[in-house]
Design a binder for this molecule. Structure first.
Ligand SMILES: C[S@@+](CC[C@H](N)C(=O)[O-])C[C@H]1O[C@@H](n2cnc3c(N)ncnc32)[C@H](O)[C@@H]1O
Length: 247
């Protein structure tokens, strides 16, 4: 079924476009989990990190664009000391993810935002507060006239870096070679980050990494994936985006 219009009206928090996606299918159970859990673990446009109820003395790791939430659930299941913040603008994906993290018993350590990552990082997450950030297979926006919609841009890279604690990491993946190079070139030039890659700036695939939906989709289409790993090695000035349209 599609998410009911009542549910969309109540929970959809933005008008941002996502690449090639419409209102996809969910099960009745997934919609029920969404309405059960979002009031408890969902972040509104006013919920700052300090107001999430997470323990700020323990690691906090962010996944941007978690899709159906399988990777987010895996991270929470395999890192018992991590508290996860997942950001995903696609509401049916949020419904699937909430169901999944509930099913595998990690929901108490997760917080979910359905707002664009640029807004969340800019307004709700303070400087030097995250231990790590994952961005897997961000939207490619392959047409040149749409490059500005790609999430990795110079100012967004500075914003990500500013929100990391010293020593924190950013890990990215893409099955689109051109986009992987785009991300590497921008992050390589971002002050405060060190590229830990060994093969033209890329790292080998982490063995314990599950395949995300889009990694699998790439493999089925005959494409390998590329992986990037950065570490924050210096503090940078507090960074601010002027608008979420900047992507
Ligand atoms: C190509 S999908 C990849 C999904 C998943 N990470 C995977 O590897 O299968 C990119 C995801 O990023 C989400 N997304 C795009 N722009 C975003 C933004 N500004 N903030 C949060 N999520 C975003 C999209 O809705 C989509 O689910």
């Amino acid at each position: 079924m599609r998410l009911t219009s009542e549910c969309r009206q109540h929970y959809n928090q933005h008008e941002m476009r996502t690449h090639g996606r419409k209102n996809g299918f969910v099960t009745k159970g997934q919609e029920a989990k969404l309405t059960q859990w979002l009031p408890k673990i969902g972040m509104t446009n006013e919920t700052t990190l300090a107001q999430t109820g997470l323990d700020l003395t323990q690691p906090i790791v962010l996944e941007v664009g978690f899709g159906n939430g399988d990777f987010l659930a895996h991270l929470a299941q395999t890192h018992l000391d991590w508290q996860m913040i997942g950001i995903e603008i696609y509401l049916p994906g949020v419904a699937k993810a909430v169901s999944k993290i509930d099913e595998v018993g990690v929901i108490e350590r997760c917080r979910i935002s359905q707002l664009p990552a640029q807004f969340v990082l800019n307004h709700l997450i303070p400087d030097q507060s995250l231990d790590g950030i994952f961005i897997n297979h961000p939207d490619p926006w392959p047409k040149k006239k749409h490059f500005k919609r790609r999430i990795i841009q110079k100012d967004f890279a500075q914003l990500l870096t500013s929100r990391l604690k010293m020593g924190g990491f950013i890990k990215l993946a893409s099955d689109i070679e051109e986009l992987a190079i785009w991300m590497r070139d921008i992050l390589d030039q971002t002050a405060g980050l060190q590229n830990l890659g060994t093969e033209n700036g890329f790292i080998p695939r982490d063995e314990d990494r599950p395949h995300t939906k889009f990694e699998t989709r790439g493999l089925n289409a005959g494409r390998r994936s590329y992986f990037l790993h950065y570490q924050k090695i210096a503090n940078t000035p507090n960074s601010e985006l002027l608008s979420t349209e900047a992507q």
